[in-house]
Design a protein around this ligand. Structure first.
Ligand code: NAD
Length: 489
């Protein structure tokens, strides 16, 4: 008799009993205001936008749309807090607040994880095991540095910049906010954060945590809205630093906007990472790394391993193993703990991905999609791979930001280095080989800010993260992440 719980059905993948995470413990308001000067303030425009659940297309909450006047209020609040409180506070006291925020995030981790999944569409396993613990870890890590800046940069007299304007994307909403807020606070700066319009809720929950932590009013301000709100932050005259994570297109607009100003800037932009499998690699582990690299978070990952290079001698076996593994991936309810691939973040993003699938076919590539079922409502994309592609294809050159892999082969080390570097981006890469020397040879010749060896998508607050070329400049994380918020004599 078939086992009801673990029944393998090779047509549709693993057929597991549903294991949904409860939503009864989460507390969300119907309407969110702007968080300015430690208070919830109505937007000047009186306008609100809906944030929806991409897995159900249902509205979750109404969120205030901040305009230039609201951004100005937030910058003034941040400046006042900087001048009167935060820059004068002993560094070890600042550290205590940052620790407190980290502890509160841990206490509310389950609630934050569920909200991240319903607002953004990512599987609960990922928001629970990756996004939220890592976000808290960034606050812990930078809290530790707050009173040790003179040791981090000996004889250099590190000084804070002032008010930091920070703009984040929708793929790791709370984690990106943590990457930016934690080092800014540890270095004595105050903050105006503009979260992405499709995923504002965990940043607003963070505002509640910040209130609960007793952080002085105005040290962190959160102004929700879309591109125009972000532009108002970038263009505000009294902002000393811009930290942006998002698309290369918007990154270029921001870079133009800050030219001729004194604003220190970091841009974390798009990517088109090469994941390279040599014939001497542990192939089963490598296949897991490929899956993790591109299908993790629906491919909504700037460092996604979206270009796979397989050494010709193992191409057939890797492709077979990869397709078998793709068949076992479960696409569906982000709140189900069995789910591997959740919902695409928005209708617009799904349209972008579907356009690339069309382009890939028009370019003559062969498309393969897993045989899984997807829910009728919501935004979904089956795990997809393209073979028979060439270097010049759009699906090989452009960032798709979805669960779509382009597979190519190579024979020699020099060939794969040239192919891997043949992209406008330079954010990340993966190399799978049994030989340490080969790995180090590759890492020294590849133009990518982060290169994983025999693993993929591993993050840690102590490691700097950032790109080359059109993937941006500046680093976040680790000591480098502190430097981006400091000036030196
Ligand atoms: P996006 O550039 O469309 O938006 C990012 C943020 O910028 C949002 O908050 C948006 O409202 C705001 N924005 C839009 N127009 C603006 C303007 N003119 N001025 C100021 N702010 C503006 O990007 P997205 O679609 O939200 O995110 C996906 C992109 O982010 C991908 O390209 C991905 O690779 C990149 N990303 C990079 C990293 C990294 O660390 N390098 C990390 C995550 C995501």
């Amino acid at each position: 008799m078939a086992n009801k719980i673990i029944e393998i059905n090779f047509d549709t993948g693993w057929d597991l009993a549903p294991a949904p995470e409860s939503t009864s413990h989460i507390q969300l308001k119907e309407q969110y205001e702007l968080f300015i000067g430690g208070k919830w303030i109505k937007p000047e425009s009186g306008k609100y936008f809906d944030t929806i659940n991409p897995a159900t297309e249902e509205k979750i909450a109404k969120v205030a749309e901040g305009n230039e006047k609201d951004v100005d209020k937030a910058v003034k609040a941040a400046r006042k807090a900087y001048n009167e409180v935060w820059s004068k506070m002993p560094a070890n006291e600042r550290g205590k607040y940052i620790y407190r925020i980290a502890r509160l995030m841990q206490e509310k981790a389950r609630e934050l994880a569920v909200i991240e999944s319903i607002d953004g569409g990512k599987p609960i396993r990922e928001s629970r095991d990756v996004d939220i613990p890592l976000a808290a870890a960034h606050f812990f890590y930078y809290a530790g540095w707050a009173d040790k800046l003179d040791y981090a940069f000996p004889n250099r007299k590190p000084q804070s910049l002032g008010v930091a304007g920070q703009i984040t994307p929708w793929n790791f909403p709370l984690l990106m906010a943590a990457w930016k807020i934690a080092p800014a606070l540890a270095t004595g700066n105050t903050v105006v954060l503009k979260p992405a319009e499709t995923t504002p809720l965990t940043a607003l929950k963070l505002a509640e945590i910040i209130q609960e932590s007793g952080l002085p009013d105005g040290v962190v301000n959160i102004v929700t809205g879309a591109g125009a709100t972000g532009a108002a932050v970038v263009n505000h005259k009294d902002v000393d630093k811009i930290a942006f994570t998002g698309s290369t297109g918007v990154g270029k607009i921001i870079q133009n906007a800050v030219v001729g100003t004194n604003k220190k800037t970091t841009l974390e932009l798009g990517g088109k990472a090469a994941n390279i499998i040599f014939e001497d690699a542990a192939l089963d582990q490598a296949v897991e790394g490929i899956i993790n690299g591109i299908y993790f978070n629906q491919g909504h990952v700037c460092c996604a391993g979206s270009r796979l290079f397989v050494q010709e001698s193992v191409y057939d076996i890797v492709l077979r193993k990869l397709k078998d593994r793709m068949e076992s991936l479960i696409v569906g309810n982000p709140l189900d703990k069995n789910t591997d691939i959740g919902a695409i973040n928005s209708k617009e993003q799904l349209t972008t991905i579907n356009n690339y699938l069309k382009i890939g076919k028009q370019e003559g590539a062969d498309m393969y999609q897993s045989n899984c079922n997807v829910p009728k409502k919501g935004f979904w994309c089956k795990p997809t791979l393209f073979t028979n592609v060439s270097q010049s294809n759009k699906i090989v050159q452009e960032e798709i930001f979805g669960p779509v892999l382009a597979v190519q082969t190579f024979r020699t080390v020099s060939e794969v280095i040239e192919k891997a570097n043949n992209t406008p981006y330079g954010l990340s890469a993966g190399v799978w080989t049994d030989k340490g020397s080969k790995l180090f040879n590759m890492t020294s010749q590849m133009r990518a800010g982060i290169i994983w060896g025999n693993t993929y998508n591993k993050f840690d607050p102590t490691s700097p993260f950032g790109g080359y070329k059109e993937s941006g400049f500046g680093r976040e994380g680790g000591l480098h992440g502190l430097k981006a918020y400091l000036k030196f004599d």
